[in-house]
Design a protein around this ligand. Structure first.
Ligand SMILES: Cc1cc2nc3c(=O)[nH]c(=O)nc-3n(C[C@H](O)[C@H](O)[C@H](O)COP(=O)(O)OP(=O)(O)OC[C@H]3O[C@@H](n4cnc5c(N)ncnc54)[C@H](O)[C@@H]3O)c2cc1C
Ligand code: SF4
Length: 332
């Protein structure tokens, strides 16, 4: 499959990039590592007149620990750099682990954390060639007005399938967004809309420039587990991130002081599991408790027939992986 025609723009600064975005509005697409955008353009999911290649913007790269113990990660930082960062492995292990499961080493060398956060939602009926989509009938996500997954409905249920966002949600991460109006900062949990088509709150003239993880999230035990068809290179079909602190005071080392659980690939947005933190806090770890958190996560997951495995199996694996991840986080 060949790429459609487009003009490549290569800004060297964030100011230049937001200038390009303001100028070309809806006719432009941002390219970071290109590992998702390029295949999608070959499938004619996007045919922009302009492609904005961010890779020349040095200011958007790198992992910088802050003096207060938090960390700032440039949106162009590769997943490989995150996976290999000693600082992240030591202080934010859930993020390094999640990054290490994305695709394959070659794709992680190119793919960036910004691209992973901004990743488009996926569906078996959407991520196909133009000929295939034409044959089946275009759907709500592009060029049509019906949904093959939930016929009769008017909502797109395409699944958000990035690995690092559930980990970042557990770490209370924030992102910085730049436009010609300046910079704004927002919690990552506010970035996703929960819709499969218009899945993120990013205006056409904006780009994500940095990710911030606060010092208060450092040194949590962390575990990421994911279900995929091909272990060597595949999007998650269900993913679970768990962070946890054990108490070191009166309650004894067997108790959980604080914990958070995030899931991905089973809803149109990555989500924190509501009620999981409250259920775990102050409790001694046990199989029954881990199972109860698994039940909560499975209730939060709303998988549909957007992906390769059945929704029933994916929901069940969310339950199983959550239980295992909670037990693993309490042991490591
Ligand atoms: C075979 C294969 C397997 C894969 N497996 C996985 C997997 O297991 N897990 C997973 O999470 N992903 C997977 N991916 C998808 C992709 O490789 C990763 O999500 C990667 O992190 C995307 O980053 P990128 O820099 O390449 O993004 P790009 O492809 O450059 O961009 C992705 C999207 O984000 C937008 N974007 C990028 N950067 C910014 C920014 N700074 N501001 C605003 N918008 C931006 C782009 O416009 C585009 O819409 C897979 C891809 C392939 C081809
Ligand atoms: S969930 Fe429905 S509307 Fe969305 S991409 Fe799939 S078929 Fe299209």
């Amino acid at each position: 499959m060949s790429l459609p025609q487009f003009e490549l723009l290569r800004p060297r600064t964030i100011e230049e990039a937001v200038g390009n975005l303001s100028q070309y509005g809806n006719n432009i697409r941002i390219l970071a590592g290109g590992t998702d955008l390029i295949p999608s353009m070959k499938q004619r999911l996007f045919e922009p007149e302009y492609v904005l290649d961010l890779r020349g913007i040095a200011a958007m790269r790198g992992i910088k620990p802050n003096p207060d113990g938090g960390i700032e990660i440039g949106a162009l930082t590769t997943l490989r750099a995150i996976e290999r960062s000693d600082f992240l492995c030591q202080h934010y292990p859930v993020l390094a682990q999640a990054a290490a499961t994305v695709a394959s080493p070659v794709l992680r060398n190119m793919g960036t954390i910004g691209g992973n956060i901004c990743l488009d939602t996926r569906c078996l009926w959407f991520n196909q060639s133009l000929t295939w989509r034409k044959g089946c009938g275009f759907c709500i996500k592009k060029d049509g007005d019906l949904c093959h997954v939930a016929p009769g409905g008017s909502k797109c249920w395409a699944a958000f399938s990035g690995d690092t966002p559930p980990a970042l949600l557990c770490l209370n991460a924030e992102i910085e967004v730049a436009s010609s109006a300046g910079l704004r900062r927002m919690p990552l949990y506010d970035f996703y809309t929960g819709l499969g088509d218009n899945y993120r709150k990013l205006a056409p003239n904006e780009l994500v420039t940095r990710v911030f993880v606060p010092a208060s999230s450092a040194d949590y035990r962390g575990v990421y587990r994911k279900l995929r068809v091909r272990g060597s290179i595949d999007y998650p079909l269900a993913g679970v991130a768990v962070v946890m602190k054990r108490s070191s005071d009166g309650q004894g080392a067997g108790h959980i002081a604080e914990a958070r659980v995030g899931i991905t690939a089973v809803n149109p947005a990555p989500l924190l599991v509501k009620g999981a933190s409250e259920l775990l806090a102050g409790q001694p770890i046990s199989e029954e408790l881990a199972e109860a958190v698994g039940d909560l996560a499975a209730k939060t997951a709303k998988p549909l027939t957007t992906s390769a495995l059945t929704p029933e199996y994916r929901r069940e694996m969310i339950r199983v992986f959550t239980k295992r991840a909670v037990l693993a986080a309490s042991n490591n």
